[in-house]
Each structure stands twice: as C-alpha cells, then as structure tokens.
Design a protein around this ligand. Structure first.
Ligand code: ADP
Length: 186
C-alpha cells in the first residue's frame, strides 16, 4: 500500500476524517496542519496567538509558520525510524508545495500519491455548517472556499503535472469514500 500520501481538496470534503481513519488502521503519521494549529491556539502558545485571528477569518496562516511546524514533525518522524505519513491540509498554496518538495528531498522521501477529494460547493457548505467549529459560520466558510479556489486549487495542476494526482468522489458515506480511497492506495 502507498504510505506517503497527500490529501487535497476543499474544506469540508472529509480529508481529516479519512486521513485519521487510514492513519490509525495502517499505523501512519497523520499530519493535519489545521489540527496542529488549533492545538497551538488552545495551548495559548506564541505561535497560536499569532495564528488565531487569521484562522478565525478563514485566511491562510503564514507559510513560514506552517512550514516550520511540518518540517519539525517530519524530521522528528524520520529521526525516530521513519514510516509513512498522511498530509492533510498542507500544502495549501504553491509556495508551500515547493517548500515541501525541498523538505522531502532533504529527507530522501517522496510523495507516492495525491488524493484529490472532490465535492460540490453546495454539499461542502452544508457539511461545514453542520460541523459547528468556531470558524464554521457561513461568511467565513464562503471565504475559506474562495481561498481554496484561488490559492489551493492550483496545486491540482502542480501534482497532475508530476503524475501523482488521483481524484476520488468524496460524496456519500464515510465508509464508502474510505473504500474508494483504499482502492487508490493499493
Ligand atoms: P478546513 O480544511 O476545514 O478549512 P483545516 O483544519 O485544514 O480546515 O484548517 C483550518 C484553518 O487553519 C485554515 O482556514 C487556515 O487558517 C489554517 N491552516 C491550516 N492549514 C494551513 C496551511 N497549510 N497553511 C496556512 N494556513 C493553514
């Protein structure tokens, strides 16, 4: 099975849910920059204080900050014997994607597949409104979808140019989507 996987797709597509399940069933590292940032906010660290307002607006936290977090986690894992990972919510723009290439080169690692989770905006909006996270009010959600379209969607081309992209229909039950993803990773 492929062990170095990047999940791409709009907010609400279910990247976190699927990555979490795969990580626990296959003993992979689940690296969600959203979760890590929320952890920093909750812990009240300097980094969290810097990120909180940006996240509440639905904008992207600075590349340098996010990259430092990802670098330290991936280096930590490599130093403690390596293993597979699932990246969820990162990279979110071209700068981050290029930086990730450099970081992986340093570690002697490669992305094996990029799973693009596709879902209609109307369904995304419904899912996110139902989730009730602090940054899940309608205006902020619409802005996050816009940020996705402007900054993150260009990564679809970036990774398809590299022959890594696989699309999956993210509609339906969690388990059904999980089976579609598993089929791509086999
Ligand atoms: P969602 O995919 O539902 O928008 P995430 O948990 O992935 O949720 O991200 C929540 C927020 O955290 C984003 O709106 C953004 O402010 C910040 N964030 C997460 N990952 C990144 C990243 N790679 N670069 C910049 N900001 C990020």
């Amino acid at each position: 099975m492929k062990q170095r996987v990047l999940f791409l797709g709009p907010p609400g597509a279910g990247k976190g849910t699927q990555a979490q399940q795969l990580a626990s069933s296959h003993a992979l590292l689940h690296l969600s920059t959203g979760d890590l940032l929320r952890g920093e906010v909750a812990a009240g660290t300097a980094l969290g204080q810097e990120a909180a307002a940006v996240m509440a607006r639905g904008e992207l936290v600075s590349d340098a900050l996010v990259l430092a977090i990802v670098r330290s986690r991936l280096e930590q894992q490599a130093a403690s014997g390596g293993g597979g990972w699932l990246l969820d919510g990162f990279p979110r723009n071209l700068t981050q994607a290029e930086a990730l290439e450099g970081l992986l080169e340093d570690l002697g690692q490669q992305i094996e597949v990029v799973v693009l989770m596709e879902l209609d905006d109307a369904v995304l909006l419904q899912r996110l409104l139902g989730r009730g996270r602090e940054d899940d009010n309608e205006a902020v959600i619409r802005h996050r979808l816009e940020v996705y379209r402007d900054q993150t969607a260009p990564l679809i081309r970036f990774y398809s140019d590299r022959g890594l992209l696989q699309s999956v229909d993210a509609s339906g039950e969690v388990e059904t989507v999980g089976q579609r993803i598993a089929a791509l990773l086999d």
